[in-house]
Design a protein around this ligand. Structure first.
Ligand code: GTP
Ligand code: MG
Length: 149
């Protein structure tokens, strides 16, 4: 089954928004397979955001992501990568619809409270980057037959 990496960024953690964010993924029907509150570090972030290294906002993105703890999570379920991005909303909160996490809780692109993998391949890389294999748990949610046909 498909998995995605979702991280509540330091602003989302400091603002206490992570219970609400976790609820949205649980309520949708997704299964949590890993979770930890952790401080990122520069080498990790340089790899995580490797495609953005040359952008003018990269230094501020680094300091933003290092400004406090990140809640790193992995979710599993049908189309969870694509659906996760839909739950997040557009990168720029100005363009993210009400009802999405960024649309409901953010106003600034540089404080957009949450990260989500943008493809299945990226998700696999990010999960391996942020978690050890043994931190991912395997179990059968009792509600599965009420969520999946
Ligand atoms: P993530 O889920 O965090 O990866 O966001 P994304 O996939 O929607 O956007 P992208 O990967 O292109 O950018 C990563 C992060 O860099 C964004 O979530 C923003 O926090 C930040 N970012 C992207 N573009 C800009 C920008 O033009 N200005 C600023 N200040 N930050 C930006
Ligand atoms: Mg991205």
């Amino acid at each position: 089954t498909e998995r995605t990496f979702i991280a509540v960024k330091p602003d989302g953690v400091q603002r206490g928004l992570f219970p609400e964010i976790l609820s949205r993924f649980f309520n949708k029907g997704y299964k949590l397979v890993a979770i930890k509150l952790t401080m990122a570090n520069e080498p990790l972030l340089r790899e995580h955001y490797a495609d953005l290294q040359s952008k003018p906002f990269f230094p501020s993105l680094l300091s933003y992501m290092l400004s406090g703890p990140v809640l790193a999570t992995v979710w599993e379920g049908k189309d969870v990568v694509k659906q996760g991005r839909i739950l997040l909303g557009a990168t720029n909160p100005l363009a993210s619809a009400p009802g999405t996490i960024r649309g409901d809780f953010a106003v600034d692109m540089g404080r957009n409270i949450i990260h989500g993998s943008d493809s299945v391949e990226t998700a696999e890389k990010e999960i391996a980057l942020w978690f050890k294999k043994e931190e991912l748990v395997d179990y059968k949610p009792t509600l599965y037959s009420w969520i999946y046909e």
